[in-house]
Ligand binder design. Structure first.
Ligand SMILES: [Zn+2]
Length: 408
């Protein structure tokens, strides 16, 4: 098993933390901002120093390629370097820097691979400056229309197209990531599971499917003092009872189901008035589409009338579970176990570029623990020990895949 250089990786992480560093040791590196452009230039320089060829496509995605012994479709590794406002030093950028460290190790140990290795930096994953998130992987995979994406405007009314053309990182469409042997994205977990279970590595099998409903309860608005309880159509207590009942049903579906009522509004929302309407959202995520359809069935079977109130539900949006490629996931797991690191298979509850790329390239992800499960915060942290373990798993998964694939 090959090992990466932990000190070199730590220095890389520290170096890139300077691009957009905040007062509290976090990072604000919005997509295509001056800070992002400086970080991109540094990445390009470091890659060119080790004889990688750097190209950009028409969404500003960066690709740095180390040639292989054969001219085969590359094994692609990486993530994104943009951040949210006052984000952390690990989200996204760690996937790019562990990829760079893996290539450093390949060069240093003179490992000869049949496949080219491409480090990717996807533009505007966070969607923090230009909505939506996963913008460029969405365009590459055909999920989003490019024309609509590049018209997206930031708070200062600058379009993505303008920011990209001024950045110097706009390339031709022909450079887009097309055929590849595999894509592996290392990312921080952004949740508490690995840390709680004292694991170093999450072998990510896919991204959870989800469904989101908006449920409205309509009653009758009236004076809070003069309307006897028996003469009310009160949507708030009706909604409260429904929510309590839903919680019982949801708990009974599957212990891995996660569900959230994240938004609730009362109208007119005045303390002396019985509301006329209460509207809330119900969002649920699970890997098994059957469990998600059980949630949908529960919502469909809600009564249309309750306590004199009428009830209406609308499906706002949903996402199918994305299952990663079995062979690539197996390679990640084999690398983890051969290195003797404590890992476990898991699904991602959050979205990542890999979920879109997986639609046309065999993909998988590697998670490393997030201290306290924190992310999108300045104090987001992953120990350097866990970072290098992740890099080791990434490197060895690439080596395993490269050997397996060339024999096929
Ligand atoms: Zn991220």
């Amino acid at each position: 098993m090959e090992k990466c250089n932990s000190l070199r990786l730590q220095k890389l992480i520290e170096l890139f933390s300077e691009y957009g560093r905040t007062e509290n040791n976090g990072v604000t590196r919005l997509s295509l901002s001056a800070e992002d452009i400086a970080a991109r230039k540094k990445l390009q320089a470091l890659c060119e120093e080790i004889d990688m060829t750097v190209q950009y496509d028409d969404m500003g995605n960066m690709y740095a390629t180390l040639p292989g012994k054969q001219n085969l479709p590359p094994i692609v590794i990486g993530s994104h370097m943009d951040s949210v406002i006052k984000g952390g030093r690990f989200d996204g950028v760690l996937g790019v820097l562990t990829a760079l460290e893996a290539v450093y190790t390949i060069k240093e140990q003179q490992i000869e691979l049949d496949f080219p290795i491409t480090i990717v930096n996807f533009t505007n994953e966070e969607g923090a400056r230009f909505e939506p998130s996963l913008m460029s992987s969405g365009v590459l995979s055909g999920k989003f229309a490019k024309a609509k994406m590049i018209a997206s405007r930031d708070r200062n009314d600058i379009t993505f197209a303008q920011a990209l053309s001024e950045s110097g990182f706009e390339g031709p469409e022909t450079n887009r990531l097309k055929e590849a042997t595999a894509y592996i994205e290392l990312h921080i977990e952004q949740g508490p599971v690995l840390e709680r279970k004292k694991l170093n590595i999450g072998v990510v099998e896919g991204v959870l499917g989800m469904v989101c409903y908006e449920i409205s309860v309509y009653g009758e608005s009236n004076h809070a003092g003069t309307t006897p309880i028996s003469m009310r159509k009160d949507p708030m207590f009706t909604a409260a009872n429904m929510i309590a009942d839903m919680q019982k049903q949801l708990q009974g579906l599957d212990s891995d189901l996660v569900y959230t009522i994240g938004r609730i509004n009362a109208y007119p929302n005045i303390h002396t008035v019985i509301p006329s309407e209460v509207t809330f959202t119900l969002e649920a995520r699970h890997q098994n589409p059957q469990v998600i359809s059980e949630v949908s069935r529960m919502v469909k079977e809600l009564p249309q009338n309750l306590n004199g109130c009428s009830i209406k539900s609308t499906r706002l949006w949903d996402r199918d579970t994305v299952d990663f490629d079995v062979e690539v996931v197996d390679a990640v797991e084999a690398a983890c176990s051969k290195l003797g690191y404590k890992g476990s298979r898991m699904y991602s509850g959050a979205g990542h570029d890999a979920q879109f790329i997986a639609s046309y390239i065999p993909s998988a992800m590697i998670f490393v623990p997030s201290v306290n499960g924190y992310s999108h915060r300045e104090d987001e942290f992953t120990s350097y020990e866990d970072c290098v373990k992740g890099a080791d798993v990434l490197l060895n998964a690439v080596l395993i895949l490269s050997r397996e694939k060339v024999n096929n």
